[in-house]
Design a protein around this ligand. Structure first.
Ligand SMILES: Nc1ncnc2c1ncn2[C@@H]1O[C@H](COP(=O)(O)OP(=O)(O)O)[C@@H](O)[C@H]1O
Ligand SMILES: [Mg+2]
Length: 222
């Protein structure tokens, strides 16, 4: 499923270059779950952004399924993100002028979405029920609590039935009960649909629920 080889990422900044990832390797089979832990600034978001084709490596290869995503054009990367990937960010990036249901449907706005609109909407409503937001579908983001915003973002990340979910500190600001709800949902998707899961987290309880835990240190995973 995921095969990362000799992945390096250096940010070029005025003054000095920052080498964040240094010949990092990672192999995960389809359907595995993994936590990535490590101190702030060690490169966890950098790694996740590379896995999600949001950024380009300095060197090395990232194969996901049978695609080498490190060589993608902008267009290919956008299609990959829209069709194959669920990305849950630290900041949820909900669109402020759209309500909860519309935010979940945003990925559908891409021109090449195949499913009929009514079917996508039906699934969106089901996902919102799964995350406990059935009574919030008409709310705007500013009317939601932090946990509700996150659950909206989780539903949005699942609307394209991703084979891979990347989550960057998804439960950072949540209370333990909400953290459990999110973890339950992600692990249910893993169990029932074989979705591969990579979760960056500071939360030891969440990390423990993943099949594997990697520590990012000195630009490599241990
Ligand atoms: N776009 C960027 N330009 C320059 N430096 C960056 C950029 N993004 C991240 N960094 C630096 O790379 C290091 C790793 O950042 P990040 O991947 O966000 O760490 P983490 O998610 O583990 O906290 C940090 O030192 C950060 O300052
Ligand atoms: Mg980060």
């Amino acid at each position: 499923m995921i095969n990362v080889r000799q992945l390096s990422k250096t940010y070029e900044t005025p003054g000095e270059d920052i080498r964040v990832l240094d010949h990092l390797d990672l192999t995960l089979a389809a359907g595995e779950t993994a936590a990535i832990i490590g101190p702030s600034g060690c490169g966890k978001s950098t790694l996740l952004n590379l896995l999600g084709a949001l950024d380009r490596p300095t060197s090395g290869t990232i194969t996901i399924g049978d695609q080498d995503i490190s060589t993608f054009t902008e267009e290919q990367a956008a299609a990959f993100r829209n069709h194959s990937l669920g990305f849950i960010f630290q900041q949820q990036h909900l669109l402020p002028q759209l309500n909860v249901l519309e935010n979940v449907l945003v990925p559908r706005l891409a021109g090449d979405w195949q499913e009929p609109a009514a079917d996508t909407e039906k699934r969106a409503l089901q996902l919102l029920e799964n995350v406990g937001l059935s009574d919030r579908i008409n709310h705007l983001p500013w009317q939601l609590s932090g946990g509700e915003k996150l659950r909206t973002a989780v539903a949005r990340a699942l609307i394209n039935r991703p084979k891979l979910i990347l989550a960057d500190e998804p439960t950072g600001s949540l209370d333990p009960a909400s953290t459990d709800t999110i973890a339950d949902l992600l692990l249910t998707l893993n169990r029932d649909h074989g979705v591969t899961l990579i979760v960056v987290t500071h939360n030891a309880a969440l990390a423990q629920r993943m099949g594997k835990t990697f520590e990012l240190r000195n630009g490599k995973l241990f």
